[in-house]
Design a protein around this ligand. Structure first.
Ligand SMILES: Cc1cc2nc3c(=O)[nH]c(=O)nc-3n(C[C@H](O)[C@H](O)[C@H](O)COP(=O)(O)O)c2cc1C
Ligand SMILES: [Fe+2]
Ligand SMILES: [Fe+2]
Length: 411
């Protein structure tokens, strides 16, 4: 059980801290652990906003019980049905027996799909609907696809408190609950890693909701996500909203990422030659061996790069499985505004660089240079050509970044 923490008068954090989490929901990673945040507002009507993963349900109940008897919870608001926020709902529904469980129209469908319960007192709320708690009101905002079609935000205007569920989250398990208590560079890294591995495909929706917050004059004093640290200073709130706009715009940066796998290290030699060419061309370049790096770490690095170069030897007429796995993962996250390059060593048929190039094109990346192949172990002259390719990619990246800055695409 974690002790409840006061956010404002009669508003409490009652979530759980998962220090052990390393694999985030089976698709991303959480190297620093994570938290499942839930919030309680005590008023004439008492409302619990979100619950926690099933494993942390008893802790939430105990924490909540330190503030009020669970049966005095009148409303449970479910901003999003993914099981890290709803897994302990059966436990909480049983203990609290609230007057209403509030969720979005899509949330109602997911509720049945997850729990098969039709006896819970569901009240469907839509964007713009309000709920009076007494001194405080709750306004629901549409947050479709941040993170699922059912997602919504809860806004409490009297406190300027915005509860955003998955949006603005970070995977950090720590004693600190507030962003201003944390190491700023660690927080920035975690906010970025979370965005680029979870929210990135929904960048258009992020821009829409940021515009909506501005247009509707939704002032935010406390930005309260359901994972990680809470933002409560004007500087932290502004910086976080600005960071999300920046992430969502995906402006290409003059940095490159080379990822590769290899059996006998010939493709690795090509990767290093490419690196030398790019670095000599003034491009800050990272190199990642795919057997040593988690796909989430690759995406987190790619977030800052305008160029992705991928290498694999030809193996049984195709690419190595690690390369296919990472590319599939990256493609699903729909990174935008990047250029690509492909390379690899082969023995006889040599399909891999072409397959890699086609995969990158399929992700919407332009390839300024044709895929680069070399038969077996690269000679000094092959390595020199590969280095020259790196230099020419550096020039292409520089042009790509300048063209983008001169005429950014319409969004
Ligand atoms: C199990 C295995 C399967 C291979 N299959 C192919 C193939 O289908 N076509 C081809 O051109 N080369 C094939 N090769 C040859 C490799 O592509 C070649 O040895 C290459 O230089 C390896 O690059 P690396 O050192 O980066 O692993 C295969 C090699 C191995 C070990
Ligand atoms: Fe989620
Ligand atoms: Fe979540």
């Amino acid at each position: 059980m974690m002790r409840p923490l006061t956010l404002a008068d009669d508003i409490f954090w009652v979530g759980g801290i998962d220090f052990e989490s390393r694999d985030f929901h089976g698709y991303s990673r959480s190297p620093l652990g994570t938290t499942y945040n839930a919030y309680l507002i005590k008023d004439r009507k008492n409302a619990l906003f979100d619950t926690v993963k099933e494993s942390h349900g008893p802790g939430l109940l105990e924490s909540l019980s330190r503030i009020l008897p669970p049966e005095q919870v009148d409303y449970i608001v479910v901003n999003h049905l993914e099981l890290d926020h709803s897994g302990s709902l059966p436990l909480l529904m049983e203990a609290c027996r609230p007057e209403a469980l509030l969720c979005s129209p899509q949330g109602e469908k997911f509720l049945v799909g997850h729990f098969g319960r039709r006896d819970w007192p569901v009240r469907v709320v839509s964007a713009g609907d309000t709920l009076s708690l007494g001194r405080r009101n709750v306004r629901f905002l549409e947050a479709r696809m941040l993170h699922w079609p059912d997602s919504m935000f809860s806004y409490i205007p009297e406190e300027k408190l915005l509860i955003t569920n998955d949006a603005f989250g970070q995977n950090i398990a720590s004693t600190a609950r507030f962003a201003d208590e944390a190491d700023p560079s660690l927080l920035r890294g975690a906010l970025s890693e979370y965005y680029h591995n979870i929210i990135l495909p929904y960048s258009p929706q992020v821009l829409k909701i940021l515009d909506q917050i501005a247009a509707q004059g939704i002032a935010v004093n406390i930005l309260a996500p359901d994972h990680g640290l809470i933002f409560r200073t004007p500087e932290d709130v502004a910086a976080t909203l600005a960071a999300y706009r920046d992430f969502a715009l995906q402006r290409p940066q003059k940095r490159a990422l080379i990822i590769y796998d290899t059996m006998w290290r010939s493709t690795e030699s090509l990767a290093h030659a490419l690196y030398r060419g790019l670095a000599a061309g003034g491009v800050d370049t990272a190199v990642m061996h795919l057997k040593q790096n988690h796909h989430s770490a690759v995406m987190s690095e790619l977030a800052h790069c305008g160029l992705l170069a991928v290498g694999s030897p030809t193996h049984n007429n195709t690419i190595l499985p690690s390369t296919a796995g990472v590319l599939t993962y990256l493609k699903g996250l729909r990174p935008k505004n990047k250029i690509g390059a492909a390379f690899g060593s082969f023995g006889w048929s040599g399909e891999s660089p072409k397959i890699l190039g086609e995969f990158l094109s399929g992700m919407g990346m332009a390839l300024p240079e044709p895929p680069f192949s070399c038969r077996l172990v690269p000679t000094a002259s092959v390595l020199a050509s590969c280095e020259a390719l790196g230099a020419s990619l550096a020039t292409a990246l520089d042009k790509h970044c300048r063209d983008f800055a001169d005429s950014p695409p319409e969004r």
